[in-house]
Ligand binder design. Structure first.
Ligand SMILES: O=C(O)CCC(=O)C(=O)O
Ligand SMILES: [Fe+2]
Length: 242
């Protein structure tokens, strides 16, 4: 008998998302919100991992590198089981879209259908270190516009999940995207997220259909200044890092 995923499993929840809206938003704006992925309890449990020693392979204090203010930590292997499950379930749904983007930009459209195969490709290219991360911002902290590129191989979409409650745990701290268009001025997009909700967005370049064919735009993401409180997020990036 074919196995179907449990109703609470990431694979099941991912399948049930409103993909027609998500795909339209991604095509129009290079980003899309998902609706609630994690319950408040799950969000709190994930945010609490930040203080567990032994979970992470490295910690980055943003001001030391000119990346902003605040800090983040990359999970070490083995990833928490739920994060690994979300990462592969989301990958499977996004891989066909990634192939469509690659084809539209004249790039090889050969992202494999499952995440294990894609990770094997990353590892063969020397990108061996896991990239899921937890970020923590306090009052006055922010994250400069950036791209999460960690080697030659890059999957073209990633997700950020808001783990804190906007307006209650923190104020300010909006997720921001910019889109740099060829020979045009840049466009900004501010994404409002609820606790437990994710934004799916372009890591680097994405295709835009114009009147004279397809052109490429370059995206960057960051976070505006947190005005008060504490804000936690979970980042899910599908390529591993060199
Ligand atoms: O904290 C945020 O909203 C942005 C996190 C981020 O840069 C990422 O997930 O790659
Ligand atoms: Fe990022």
């Amino acid at each position: 008998m074919p196995t179907s995923p449990a109703p609470t499993s990431p694979a099941h929840i991912v399948r049930a998302l409103d993909w027609s809206r998500i795909e339209t938003d991604l095509a129009m704006r290079g980003c899309a919100t998902t609706g609630m992925l994690f319950s408040p309890k799950e969000c709190a449990a994930l945010a609490a991992l930040y203080d567990e020693p032994g979970r992470f392979r490295s910690r980055v204090v943003m001001q030391r590198h000119g990346f902003g203010q605040g800090e983040y930590q990359y999970f070490d292997n083995p990833l928490p089981a739920s994060i690994a499950a979300w990462r592969s379930a989301l990958y499977e749904r996004l891989a066909p879209l990634a192939n469509a983007w690659a084809a539209a930009m004249g790039q090889p459209a050969d992202y494999p259908p499952d995440h294990a195969s894609y990770l094997a490709r990353c590892h063969a290219a020397g990108q061996l270190r896991p990239t899921p991360l937890l970020l923590r911002y306090g009052e006055g902290d922010y994250n400069c516009l950036h791209q999460d590129l960690y080697g030659d191989l890059q999957f073209p979409m990633q997700l950020t999940v808001l783990l804190s409650r906007p307006g209650e745990d923190f104020t300010g701290g909006e997720f921001v995207l910019t889109e740099q268009r060829p020979r045009m001025q840049s466009r900004a997009e501010v994404v409002s997220l609820a606790q437990g909700e994710a934004v799916i967005f372009a890591v680097n370049q994405r295709p835009v259909a114009g009147t004279r064919g397809t052109y490429r735009v370059t995206m960057r993401h960051g976070v505006s200044r947190v005005r008060s409180g504490c804000r936690h997020t979970l980042g899910i990036i599908f390529h591993d890092a060199r």
